[in-house]
Design a protein around this ligand. Structure first.
Ligand code: CTP
Ligand code: MG
Length: 171
């Protein structure tokens, strides 16, 4: 099977690309970070830039998890491109999550309060955005398919984290 990611047009290829991002996205909640990325800074609207839910520890742990999974996948599939693509989507996942918090704060949504779709898909949108910036392409069908899978994976992971008492809310 051709894993060239140009374009991402198959489910296998799409999953290989996005799985590291899923791990990157799910890891920060167990990192129990204490150092907010925004350092407590407030934006022009008087609200926090990002809020206490986005920490350096979470960011670093998420990136480390995503890159590790990307490397393991690359070794398993004997394809170095897999490590590169997975690293890109992991960076994108973290960027998307941070961007979503910035947007939520600007909309006046408190840290931890739900923002349907944005909460579930921020990491996916970020991952695909970084892939596109790096010159990769994805077919519309695969974009939608992976969005649905990513959304469901996010929901499942969060319910699990809630049941394990890692999170106070199931979203
Ligand atoms: N987390 C972190 N650092 C990150 C991302 C997440 O420490 N970069 C941790 C925080 O403890 C956060 C939890 O993972 O509360 C869940 O993440 P998320 O749902 O993205 O954050 P929220 O608390 O819901 O904050 P926001 O409203 O800004 O999304
Ligand atoms: Mg949240």
């Amino acid at each position: 099977m051709a894993l060239d990611f140009k374009p991402i047009d198959g489910l296998y290829e799409g999953l290989v690309a996005i799985i590291p991002a899923m791990f990157a996205n799910a890891t920060p909640v167990v990192a129990r970070g204490r150092r907010p990325i925004d350092g407590g800074l407030r934006f022009l609207d008087g609200r926090r830039l990002l809020g206490d839910g986005k920490t350096w520890e979470g960011l670093i742990a998420g990136l480390a998890a995503g890159v590790t999974v990307a490397l393991l996948l690359a070794i398993a599939l004997d394809n170095i491109l897999v490590a590169y693509v997975g690293t890109l989507t992991s960076i994108g996942a973290m960027a998307g999550d941070i961007t979503a918090s910035f947007i939520k704060r600007r909309l006046g949504i408190e840290r931890g309060a739900p923002a349907p779709l944005l909460d579930q898909l921020n990491f996916y949108i970020g991952a695909i955005a970084v892939l596109l910036i790096a010159g990769y392409t994805i077919t519309p069908t695969m974009f939608i398919t992976l969005a649905v899978i990513s959304g469901l994976a996010h929901i499942t992971a969060n319910i699990l984290a809630y049941k394990l008492k890692l999170k106070n809310v199931p979203w």
